[in-house]
Ligand binder design. Structure first.
Ligand SMILES: [Zn+2]
Length: 407
């Protein structure tokens, strides 16, 4: 057992900030779970005094590209131009084991330093780079969903996969890594509909529904992309309908961006219980557009925040919270809802709300201690506002995943 004394800041729903000062949190080392949260020190307990720090739930990134980690900050006028100019060439480099290992270790090291304890990760089309990402995540002790990118048409020859090979290799990786440890899941990762044949998407959808597997992809990010979809899939009435038709939607499907949706598309996502990863900084960076936060929030679709590195410039989810607020240029988002979307709301997106996302008895101890706050005579709202708008990377003092200290 290990006990901390600290000050919990969290949101257990979209509307309320929960701030508790001088609380004793006890973790069972073997299970990694929180076994007690109390205002009184448990009898005969030696505790670690973290009462100077703020304690928040481990932050969750619902959409990020590991294999793009070294090409952050490459300006381009728009998505397709950026992919062709920088991304595809960079992802090709991960074919080399040494390079893939270097990217993965840099990525996970920085992810931990950012206070992100869980992420849903895209790698490249190369099986070895995905295998290396899993091994590295396992070594660093983070919680992750990881998937090999799949592309079998309309992309450069040096990345284009044979459809059967793309599927078979993904299944091999699923069998090797999915829930191999309690921290790791496999996520099928068709990049986006323009570069995946219907045949491939249907196989993924079929396998996923039979095996309760995760799927992640991109949806409705950019207008050129959407026009491309119209040309490629003229029989479908919308981009979302393409995924629906090919069996990609479902409660374990995580759709990145989902910016330009019409009412019918929102209904389709809601009915299928599909989830959205909202990537505010990336949407600024590639001039993709504005996520309809309030409409989606009212719709009942679960959505969470995401860095979308490499189109996001930094892994920090504190940055994503600030960007989410700024991206809604004329509308205020409540602080509680912003924080929720990087913690418990994001856990729901990854179907892990019973495990992580908040600091409660019975949950896994994914914890982040943050320094640099004067906690005297301040409300939870004031402290959360400072966390969102005045964050600084150096403030991440200590990070635990399932009770193990990673930083
Ligand atoms: Zn992305």
């Amino acid at each position: 057992m290990i006990t901390f004394k600290s000050n919990i800041l969290q949101t257990l729903n979209k509307n309320e900030i929960n701030f508790q000062k001088n609380i004793y949190i006890t973790i069972d080392n073997e299970s990694g779970k929180i076994v007690s949260i109390s205002q009184n020190i448990p009898a005969n307990t030696h505790y670690l005094d973290y009462s100077k720090y703020l304690l928040i739930p481990g932050l969750i990134d619902t959409h990020v590209h590991l294999s793009q980690y070294f090409i952050r900050g490459k300006q381009s006028p728009s998505l397709i131009d950026w992919l062709n100019k920088y991304v595809f060439a960079e992802e090709k480099k991960s074919q080399n084991d040494q390079y893939a290992a270097l990217v993965a270790s840099s990525f996970f090291k920085d992810m931990i330093k950012s206070g992100t304890t869980t992420a849903s990760i895209y790698t490249s089309v190369f099986k070895n780079s995905t295998d290396i990402a899993f091994k590295t995540a396992d070594k660093f002790g983070v919680r992750a969903l990881i998937g090999k990118v799949m592309m079998d048409c309309n992309c450069p020859d040096f990345l284009k996969e044979d459809s059967k090979k793309s599927f078979d290799e993904s299944v091999e990786l699923f069998e090797k890594w999915n829930q191999k440890t309690k921290l790791l899941d496999y996520v099928f990762t068709p990049r986006f509909a323009p570069v995946c044949s219907s045949k491939l998407m249907k196989k993924i959808g079929d396998f996923s529904s039979k095996n309760n597997a995760f799927i992640q992809t991109h949806l409705s990010e950019n207008w050129d992309e959407m026009n491309w979809i119209k040309n490629l899939f003229p029989e479908n009435e919308s981009y979302t309908d393409v995924y629906f038709d090919n069996g990609i939607l479902g409660e374990k499907s995580i759709l990145g961006h989902a910016i330009h949706l019409n009412k019918r598309e929102i209904d389709l996502l809601e009915k299928s219980q599909s989830k959205i990863a909202h990537c505010p900084e990336s949407n600024f960076f590639l001039k993709s557009g504005k996520f309809n936060w309030h409409k989606i929030s009212q719709s009942g679709i679960d959505f969470g925040l995401a860095s979308d590195v490499g189109a996001g410039t930094i892994l920090s989810m504190l940055n994503s919270m600030k960007m989410a607020s700024f991206r809604q240029d004329l509308d205020l988002i409540e602080l509680s809802e912003i924080f929720y979307s990087a913690t418990l709301g994001a856990a729901k997106v990854l179907s892990k709300e019973n495990l992580i996302g908040s600091i409660e008895i019975g949950k896994e101890a994914d914890l982040v201690f943050v320094s640099g706050f004067n906690l005297e005579e301040k409300t939870g709202e004031e402290i959360l506002s400072e966390l969102v708008y005045l964050w600084n990377e150096k403030q991440i003092y200590s990070v635990y995943v399932s009770g193990n200290k990673l930083l």
